[in-house]
Design a protein around this ligand. Structure first.
Ligand code: HEC
Length: 159
């Protein structure tokens, strides 16, 4: 008798479970979905070694020669979450899920900034505002020289 009751309970639990799963959607996946690839996620840790690399002091860098940036490449870099990730803080044309902590850059190309001024800002915004939240893309080598020029060419293309 006890055994039958236990079996009955097990069957009822199974039914309840099936009922809940059904309520969540008719085509509940049978196999587990593979987790997304987080390898490009920044570390942002205060305790792990990857988060203990000190930020370099501010560096002013003047643009050397003509900008020669490729705006199309700059677009990829600016929007890539594991590279420029400008969208974390800025609205940029065509970018999804922008943050709003930085300025809306949608019309940056019409703001009257020269190539050299825009370059200096992206190289290290701390030289303009020491309190800025914007990462120093040049000083910290988040972007290399050509990548930075590409991003600046992209920024200046916004009208
Ligand atoms: C963590 C947030 C953050 C990220 C990421 C970020 N910025 Fe900024 N940015 C700011 C803030 C905040 C400002 C406002 C200026 C200040 O801090 O004084 C700013 C200002 C700027 C300005 C000056 C705008 C103006 O009209 O004065 C430019 C240009 C700019 N950012 C470009 C970029 C680019 C390009 C990227 C990506 C490669 C980027 N930012 C990534 C926070 C960010």
């Amino acid at each position: 008798m006890k055994r039958t009751l236990r079996m009955l309970a097990a069957v009822l639990m199974g039914l309840t479970f099936a009922g809940t799963a059904g309520a969540q959607g008719a085509a509940a996946p049978q196999t587990q979905k593979a987790p997304p690839d987080y390898s490009a996620f920044p570390c942002l840790s205060y305790t792990q070694p990857c988060g203990k690399v000190a930020t370099r002091p501010p560096v002013s860098k003047a643009l050397d020669g003509p900008l020669n940036g490729n705006a199309e490449k700059g677009k990829q870099l600016a929007q890539a979450r594991n590279r420029g990730n400008c969208l974390a803080c800025h609205v940029i044309p065509g970018g999804s899920q922008p943050g709003t902590r930085g300025l809306d850059l949608s019309h940056f190309g019409s703001s009257g900034r020269s190539d050299a001024e825009a370059y200096a800002m992206v190289w290290d915004m701390r030289t303009i505002n020491p309190e800025t939240l914007m990462p120093p893309f040049g000083t910290n080598e988040i972007l290399n020289e050509q990548e930075l020029r590409d991003v600046v060419a992209y920024l200046l293309s916004f009208r």
